[in-house]
Design a protein around this ligand. Structure first.
Ligand code: IPE
Ligand code: IPE
Ligand code: MG
Length: 248
């Protein structure tokens, strides 16, 4: 094995990786399969990537599984995606729990079927004390919806205008308590944010690969982490080798 972020302590492993798992439909189309076959293959791959996160020592993984705009897809596909989430919880929960994965949900639950809401809440509750990896599942998630929800909650709580700070706003996001993503990966080559973590991504590093999500292997993941480790995160400042705090 060549040098990796794991083997070289000088290289930085991102604390929080977020992934726009895109390209399932095109993966299926290329194989003349129905789009839902692509989504199923995507969930198989997710299992591999979660394991890799644990192995690489990543603390937080956020996955974009269903956006607020994805309701606009054909009914059959939407229903299929709901069924896939249900199946994944049924089949994977106990193993994820054993691996020490803490599941959190980002987005609005109330628009999902009551049985599915209950499954998601059960998964969150069952795994709440796990500490190996926090897995944020963005399902029925939209960045604008999250900001609107945060503003509504702040108004309900009677927050005074002068008390509104970036830190406070972060506390009202679905990601409260989770550090901002260090690295955002988008598979399948699209160069857009598609309403994902628009508040939290202010200073995230981006990595886009043309590979479709079902084919995004552990080796490809490692490549993304190595690329991240080589980035110079300046946060708007000037890199100054004599001033160690400049990049914090
Ligand atoms: C991403 O794959 C998964 C979801 C949006 C649920 P897509 O279904 O968007 O796949 P493409 O982009 O059509 O190939
Ligand atoms: C983003 O992918 C949403 C998820 C991966 C769940 P989309 O395929 O929905 O995004 P667009 O339509 O290409 O922007
Ligand atoms: Mg897509």
């Amino acid at each position: 094995m060549s040098t990796t972020s794991q083997q070289d302590p000088a290289k930085q492993v991102p604390r929080h990786v977020a992934i726009i798992m895109d390209g399932n439909g095109r993966w299926a189309l290329k194989r003349r399969l129905p789009r839902l076959a692509g989504h199923k293959a995507g969930t198989e791959n997710l299992r591999r990537i979660i394991k890799a996160c644990v192995e690489f020592g990543i603390g937080y993984l956020t996955i974009y599984a269903f956006s607020t705009e994805n309701w606009g897809r054909p009914r059959e596909e939407v229903q299929g995606l709901m069924r896939i989430l249900e199946d994944v919880i049924d089949k994977e929960l106990s193993e994820l729990n054993q691996q020490g994965v803490q599941i959190r949900h980002l987005g609005r639950l109330d628009q999902l079927a009551p049985a599915l809401q209950k499954k998601v809440l059960d998964a969150v509750n069952t795994t709440r004390n796990n500490t190996q990896l926090v897995l944020n599942v963005a399902f029925n998630y939209g960045g604008r919806d999250e900001i609107v929800h945060a503003i509504q909650q702040m108004l309900i709580d009677g927050i005074k205008p002068e008390s509104v700070t970036p830190d406070l706003v972060s506390k009202y996001m679905y990601t409260a308590g989770v550090p901002d993503p260090d690295l955002i990966i988008r598979t399948s080559g699209e160069l857009r944010i598609s309403n994902f973590l628009i508040w939290q991504a202010a200073y995230s590093e981006w990595y886009v690969t043309p590979i479709f999500w079902p084919d995004f292997s552990k080796d490809e993941f490692r490549k993304a982490l190595d690329e991240y480790a080589s980035r110079d995160r300046r946060y708007g400042k000037v890199a100054d080798p004599d001033f160690e705090g400049s990049n914090v």
